[in-house]
Design a protein around this ligand. Structure first.
Ligand code: SAM
Ligand code: SF4
Length: 475
């Protein structure tokens, strides 16, 4: 489908930009945290109430080591008491790196002459999916540059292929996408293909900073990108992911803006974002960045904890852009999803040698290249339950994180049992013996801790069915 300006039409008031930089800076400049106020705000979040911008500003301004520690401790408590010890795993799959934009930070930018451009053919895509399935993956996010070749119809086509490939017991049960903003009709087309989450990052919410990084192509239009999720909602996609690329502008501003964006979606459509992402800028071939806004590990950890407290019922994604040691640490502050076994060199799941060849087709450098099983093994060592659950999406239970957070017993009834069953499938089909031994120990101890005897018996029965060859069992 061809892009034309009239397909861009702003349908109603809700699609007008809703970020006011002066308002955000006012909160940051005029809110002074005290021990008392920070403690009250953490308590409010732990009492399951969402925070307003003034309260978030108070947390971002808290800079004494003891207050930062209390914020991190609060986020940890929230994560432990509400979400428990599950962590959902997924893999990104880059479909093509052609791009007509020139984002200064990105290896796919049009002016990067070092990049070798490539779009997977259908056959190559099938091979990639088969390799991912051979590793045990069940949830993917497909990623595309912004290019006329990657039309809504093409995106829908790739999503359908991803769902159709089955190898052995392998299948992909949820396909999310990260793609350029579409118009309402385009969103309808990708929705009809059965996407899970549509994810898009605003990169920076500050319009002036945005202009300096995005001078060319359709992405130069800040408002069109900012209102993408409103058009998605208009097209019936209520499962959306937001994010900011940290390192382009002041992190405090971005944190407040992300919360503002979440509040906007909730106020207008009664459903907040499914997930928030907070990628930090990494080195990329052809990158041209002089920002002065790089975020230190300390500030990064703090901002993740603040976001956890600010939007307690939103899923939080931490990707392999970050090194393993930092990921292991930050997970405890409220992360609900991580990618595992990640390769972003195009075509490199099937053709492993591409990673070593470093052909510059990747968008940026990743810093956690552990294979999926190694990550699972290490999560099990920390007594966490790696999960490939896709039940809510497939049963039409939308707003799953909100339900996890607010419906008493939801996690006990659905999330933990489904995490256990999907882990059990992985252990049976893909895990080496040492991981399987650990995994069954973690599963047995999780079942042991359950109070509902009927549920315990039901899970044992489903595990028996899995061992006898049945697949895809869930609540
Ligand atoms: N082309 C689409 C777009 O721009 O929306 C798809 C997104 S891009 C392939 C995925 C995301 O990667 C971008 O939104 C950006 O936040 C992030 N990204 C780009 N360059 C990066 C870098 N050098 N380091 C870390 N993340 C980066
Ligand atoms: Fe293209 Fe997206 Fe990279 Fe920008 S971030 S150059 S739009 S792939």
């Amino acid at each position: 489908m061809k892009f034309t300006p009239e397909r861009y039409s702003i349908a109603d008031e809700r699609m007008k930009p809703f970020i006011d930089p002066i308002e955000i800076w006012d909160y940051i400049y005029n809110t002074r945290p005290s021990k008392k106020s920070v403690r009250e705000i953490i308590a409010k979040s732990l009492a399951k109430q969402r925070l307003n911008l003034e309260e978030v500003a108070c947390l971002v301004n808290a800079d004494s080591p003891d207050l930062i520690e209390e914020i991190k401790e609060g986020a940890k408590m929230l994560k432990r008491s509400i979400y428990g010890n599950r962590i959902v795993l997924f893999a990104p799959l880059y479909i093509g790196n052609k791009c007509t934009n020139d984002c200064l930070y990105c290896g796919f930018r049009i002016s990067n002459k070092e990049a070798i451009r490539r779009t997977l053919t259908d056959e190559e895509l099938v091979k990639e999916i088969e390799s991912l399935e051979d590793n045990g993956q069940k949830r993917l996010i497909l990623v595309y540059g912004e290019h006329p070749e990657y039309s809504p119809e093409y995106i829908a086509h790739t999503v359908k292929i991803a769902y159709s490939v089955k190898k052995g017991n392998g299948e992909i049960r949820r396909v999310n996408i990260n793609a350029a903003p579409l118009d309402v009709e385009g969103f309808r087309i990708v929705k009809a293909a059965g996407i899970g989450t549509y994810q898009i990052f605003q990169e920076t919410y500050n319009p002036e900073a945005y202009k300096t990084y995005h001078q060319q192509g359709r992405k130069a239009d800040y408002s069109y990108r900012l209102t993408a999720l409103d058009r998605a909602q208009e097209a019936g996609i209520d499962d959306v992911g937001i994010g900011a690329l940290f390192g382009l502008y002041d992190w405090r501003f971005e944190v407040l803006a992300l919360v503002r964006h979440a509040n906007h979606l909730e106020a207008c459509y009664n459903v907040g974002p499914h997930t928030i992402s907070f990628p930090r800028v990494k080195d990329a071939s052809g990158q041209n960045l002089k920002t002065g806004h790089f975020v230190s590990d300390e500030d990064f950890t703090k901002l993740v904890a603040i976001l956890r407290l600010a939007v307690p019922y939103t899923g939080m994604i931490l990707t392999a852009r970050e090194p393993a040691s930092l990921r292991d640490e930050i997970i405890q502050f409220g992360i609900s999803q991580i990618d595992g076994g990640t390769n972003i060199e195009i075509g490199s799941y099937a053709e492993k040698s591409l990673v070593e060849k470093n052909l510059n087709r990747g968008q940026f450098q990743i810093n956690d290249d552990r294979p999926l099983n190694e990550i699972i093994d290490e999560l099990l060592d920390q007594d966490m339950i790696p999960s490939f659950c896709t039940a809510c999406y497939r049963l039409g239970r939308t707003g799953e994180h909100f339900m996890e957070f607010s419906v008493p017993g939801f996690i006990k009834r659905y999330c933990t049992p489904n995490a256990i069953l999907t882990l059990a499938e992985y252990l049976i089909d893909y895990a080496p013996q040492h991981t399987a031994d650990k995994g069954w120990r973690v599963i047995n101890s999780a079942i042991e801790k359950m109070e509902d005897e009927q549920m315990k018996a039901s899970i044992h029965e489903k595990i028996r069915l899995l061992k006898s060859g049945k697949r895809d069992l869930y609540y």
